[in-house]
Ligand binder design. Structure first.
Ligand code: ZN
Length: 467
C-alpha cells in the first residue's frame, strides 16, 4: 500500500456430510437470553460452514480501523478487513456495565451469555473475584467435544482474558496461575501466545504427560508440520513484544547481532510489559502464528474452530501509543488477509470483530491529505487561526501525563488525551463485525456480541443459525 506524504512510516464428527447443506428460511430464538426482540434473518440460501475462524482485535474500535487504513494507505487506502463483504454492528455492554472489559466481552462471544466485567465464562450471577456463577461452555470447548480441531492464537499471555474465555471458567480473570491449569486441561490442538511465567515446571511436566508439545520460539513452531499434535506455544515470559519490536529483533538476528541496544528494548533485560528481551528475536509475529495455525488446520480432514486475537492493539490504546496501535492493527489485518487468501469460502466462515473500543481514539479535522494524520491542523473556523492541534487524540489515558515506558516509536508515539489516566479507559461504543465465506450473509443489522456465539454454534452444528 502506498505511503502517504507526511506519514513517517509508512463441527462435529460426521458433520462433514452437512457441510454443504443449504440454509433455508431461518428463525431466531436467542431473544430470551438477551431480552432483545427477535431479529428476522434474511433467509437467503447459502452454504453452511464446517469450519470457522474468529478474529478478535482487542480494543479495535472503528476509529482504529480508520486510522490504520489512513496511516498506511491514505484516505483512499483499503485494509484487508475493509474487503469483507458483510458487516453488522455489535453492542458490547456486559451484564453489569455499559462499558465492558475484555473478559466479559470475550465470554459473551465465546459462551453466548453476558457476564460481569472481570469474569470468564460464568453466568451473570457471578460476582467478579468474589463469587462463582454457573459455568458456561464456550464454542471452542463445544467444538472440541464434537471432534473438531480447535486452536487459539494471541499476542498476549495465553491465559489472558480473551483467549482464556474460550477454555476457562473463572470468577477472576487475573488468576492467570489458576487459568494456566485450565489451559492444559482444555485438550485443544494448538494454543499460541505468551505467558511462560504462568507455566511452572510441574505444570509443564503435567502438560507433557497429557500430550502437549511446548514450543518457545518461532523456529521450534515452524519445525512442526503434523496436525495430530497438541502444541502449546509460549513465546515470551508475559505478553509478546509489540510488532515493531519483533520486526526489529528479527532483523537483528538476521544481521547476526545481539539484542544489545535494540530499539524498543528497555534497560534491565526486559522490553515493555515484562517481555523477555530474547522474545523480540525469537517470538513469531501474529501473522506468522496465524499462517502456521491456518496451514496446519487445513492439513487435517476435520472441521476446525480457530480464534485469533490481536491482543496488544488494546495495550497500545491503553498507553495512547498511536503509531504502535497502527502497527498492531496492521499486523492483525495481515493475519486476516492470510486467512481469506488461503481458506475455502464455501466451507469456512471468517468473522472479524473487536471486543470493545479502547481510549476513545479520534481523528480530528482537518489535516491536509498530503500532510497526513500524524500532522497538526489549524481550525479553519477559528477566529484567530486556532491551533495547531493534533489530528490523533484519545479521550482518556496517560497522553497528558508523564509516560512510564518509552513507546516503540519514541516519545512522538504518545498522543494527547482528554482525561488523564495512567491507563486509558475502554469505551462503550458499538464495534463492527465483519464476515466472509460460508454463512457470512447472515451477518447484518445490529447485534448483541452474544450473537457471535449463536451464529457459530448454529452453523458448526449444521443447523440454521439463531442470533
Ligand atoms: Zn483493555
Amino acid at each position: 500500500m502506498a505511503v502517504i506524504p507526511g506519514g513517517r512510516r509508512s463441527l462435529s464428527r460426521g458433520l462433514a456430510a452437512l457441510a454443504f447443506m443449504a440454509v433455508g428460511a431461518v428463525a431466531v430464538v436467542c431473544a430470551a437470553r438477551t431480552g432483545a426482540p427477535a431479529i428476522p434473518l434474511s433467509g437467503r440460501a447459502g452454504p453452511t460452514p464446517r469450519s470457522a475462524v474468529l478474529f478478535i482485535g482487542d480494543g479495535m474500535g472503528q476509529a482504529y480501523v480508520t486510522v490504520t487504513r489512513v496511516a498506511r494507505g491514505g484516505s483512499g487506502g483499503r485494509l484487508r478487513m475493509d474487503t469483507l463483504p458483510y458487516t453488522a454492528l455489535c453492542r458490547t455492554h456486559s451484564s453489569d456495565s455499559p462499558v465492558t472489559d475484555s473478559a466479559a466481552a470475550a465470554s459473551a462471544m465465546a459462551c453466548g451469555q453476558k457476564t460481569a466485567n472481570g469474569v470468564l465464562c460464568e453466568d451473570a450471577t457471578a460476582i467478579y473475584a468474589k463469587r462463582d456463577g454457573r459455568k458456561l461452555e464456550s464454542i471452542a470447548v463445544w467444538a472440541k467435544k464434537n471432534g473438531m480441531h480447535v486452536g487459539l492464537v494471541t499476542t498476549t499471555t495465553v491465559t489472558h482474558a480473551t483467549p482464556a474465555a474460550f477454555y476457562a471458567n473463572h470468577r477472576d480473570r487475573e488468576a492467570e496461575d489458576e487459568i494456566a491449569k485450565q489451559t492444559i486441561a482444555s485438550g485443544f490442538d494448538l494454543i499460541l501466545g505468551g505467558g511462560r511465567t504462568f507455566f511452572a515446571e510441574d505444570l509443564r511436566a503435567e502438560a507433557r504427560r497429557q500430550g502437549w508439545e511446548i514450543v518457545e520460539t518461532a523456529d521450534e513452531l515452524r519445525a512442526i508440520d503434523d496436525p495430530g499434535r497438541h502444541v502449546l506455544g509460549l513465546f515470551a515470559e508475559r505478553h509478546l513484544p509489540y510488532q515493531p519490536e519483533i520486526e526489529a529483533g528479527h532483523k537483528q538476528t538476521e544481521a547476526g547481532k545481539t539484542a544489545e541496544g535494540m530499539p524498543g528494548t528497555a534497560a534491565g533485560g526486559l522490553a515493555r510489559g515484562g517481555e523477555s528481551r530474547d522474545a523480540t528475536r525469537t517470538a513469531p509475529t501474529l501473522p506468522e502464528m496465524t499462517r502456521w495455525a491456518v496451514d496446519i488446520l487445513k492439513k487435517s480432514d476435520r472441521p476446525f474452530f480457530l480464534m485469533v486475537e490481536g491482543g496488544r492493539i488494546d495495550h497500545a490504546g491503553h498507553a495512547n501509543w498511536a503509531r504502535t496501535l497502527v502497527d498492531e492493527t496492521a499486523a492483525f489485518d495481515e493475519a486476516i488477509g492470510y486467512a481469506i487468501d488461503t481458506l475455502d469460502p464455501k466451507t469456512t466462515l471468517v468473522l472479524v470483530t473487536a471486543d470493545h473500543e479502547t481510549g476513545g481514539l479520534a481523528m480530528n479535522g482537518y489535516p491536509d491529505e498530503k500532510d497526513g494524520i500524524w500532522s497538526l491542523y489549524r481550525d479553519p473556523f477559528g477566529s484567530k487561526g486556532d491551533g495547531p492541534y493534533p489530528v490523533i487524540t484519545f479521550s482518556s489515558g496517560p497522553g497528558t501525563t508523564r509516560q512510564k515506558h518509552e513507546p516503540p516509536h519514541g516519545p512522538d508515539d504518545l498522543r494527547p488525551s482528554g482525561i488523564a489516566l495512567e491507563s486509558a479507559a475502554h469505551t462503550g461504543v458499538d464495534v463492527t463485525l465483519y464476515a466472509w465465506g460460508a454463512g457470512a450473509e447472515e451477518v447484518h443489522g445490529t447485534l448483541e456480541n452474544t450473537a457471535i456465539y449463536s451464529l457459530l454454534r448454529g452453523y458448526l452444528e449444521g443447523r440454521p443459525p439463531a442470533r
